[in-house]
Design a protein around this ligand. Structure first.
Ligand code: NAD
Ligand code: LMR
Length: 324
């Protein structure tokens, strides 16, 4: 058997974690031959609920699960870990924007960023807690872990966009490729249909209804989180968990030839983004790391969307500058 992968999950007694943890433990994520150790972090009032999660993990008798630790101390939770799913934070409620959480959730990522210094040298950090791009910026800025190890989750947006395009074109989701989602996990994100392909051909050959793309598809992806909150009374959880695990795996596996995946990572200025922002880009795995896919083009309409979301991230950075 391989050495166990040690995965920390923060907010481990919460809704997203409840969907993610059992998949991690079952072998569904890393495979049936890869042992997994879970390091579960919560705040003190949630430790009792967390104990029930550990009981249920015991009751599943997963052959791949070789250990579970629970703590309310981030340094302990992150000691020696190979991956961190940073979920722990407040979700928004009906009528709120994700950015309304910035001063409530942002400070969490200061201390947890510092505590990540205890992680293993190969650690990968996935920030899920909202507003996730800027929370990722805060964690990265407070940590000595190499900056290319940090990413924020835009995979749920990518998965949503993929399904909407596949449904419109009446093809399986696997036929939709080369889909970028630029910028922020917010209602200004830009799901880019211009560069997307369906069955290997430009999307415009398969979906000719440009007004649907601009006036229905883009806003529907942008606002899907709020629509789920309205229907469910609380924010998306199972789909968020699946997206977090998809995201984690995309950094560990070769990217399919000719395609890319989407995550928010540190910008070095690609596509005119301010260096230092955590920006949603199309990515490919390269060696042990990743690279941003360069050379994609945008219409003036697309560039306007891109500039709007870029401006939003600049403003979010301004709001948390004391935490960086
Ligand atoms: P939840 O309220 O069910 O769970 C959050 C958990 O975090 C709670 O158990 C809480 O006790 C814990 N927590 C709070 N502060 C903590 C801290 N300092 N350290 C460790 N744990 C802490 O919420 P949820 O539905 O699981 O959502 C969690 C976060 O994920 C929210 O911010 C939500 O908006 C975000 N989210 C992001 C995406 C995305 O696509 N990026 C998708 C869905 C949800
Ligand atoms: C989502 O996109 O579903 C999450 O970010 C939760 C939210 O606040 O919308």
């Amino acid at each position: 058997m391989a050495d166990p992968i040690r995965v920390a999950v923060t907010g481990a007694a919460g809704q997203i974690a409840y969907s993610a943890i059992f998949r991690l433990a079952s072998g569904a994520v890393f495979g049936p031959d890869q042992p997994v150790q879970l390091s579960l972090l919560e705040i003190p009032p949630a430790m009792k609920v967390l104990e029930s999660v550990a009981m249920e993990l015991d009751d599943c008798a997963f052959p791949t699960l070789t250990g579970v630790t629970m703590t309310d101390q981030a340094e302990q939770a992150f000691d020696g870990i190979n991956a961190a799913l940073m979920i722990g934070s407040r979700p928004r409620g009906p009528g709120m924007e994700r950015a309304d959480l910035i001063r409530v959730n942002g400070p969490i990522f200061v201390g947890q960023g510092k505590a990540l210094n205890r992680a293993a040298s190969d650690v990968r950090v996935v920030v899920v807690g909202n507003p996730c791009n800027t929370n990722c910026l805060i964690a990265m800025s407070n940590s000595d872990v190499p900056k290319d190890r940090f990413s924020a989750m835009m995979r749920l947006d990518y998965n949503r966009a993929k399904t909407m395009l596949a449904n419109k074109a009446q093809v399986p989701v696997t036929d939709v490729t080369n889909l970028a989602v630029w910028g922020n996990h917010s209602n200004n994100q830009y799901p880019d249909f211009e560069n997307a392909r369906i069955q290997g051909r430009p999307l415009s050959e398969m979906i000719t209804d440009e007004s649907w793309l601009k006036d229905t598809f883009v806003p529907d992806v942008q606002t899907r989180g709020a629509v789920v909150i309205k229907a469910r009374g609380s924010s998306s959880a199972a789909s968020g968990a699946i997206a977090a695990l998809d995201h984690l795996l995309s950094f560990r596996q070769p990217t399919p030839a000719g395609d890319w995946f989407v995550a928010a990572v540190l910008s070095a200025g690609q596509y005119g983004v301010d260096p230092g922002l955590i920006f949603g880009y199309p990515l490919r795995v390269k060696g042990e790391g990743w690279e941003i896919v360069e050379g994609l083009t945008m219409s003036d309409w697309g560039r306007t969307k891109f500039e709007k979301v870029l401006d939003e991230l600049r403003q979010e950075r301004e709001v948390v500058k004391d935490l960086l």
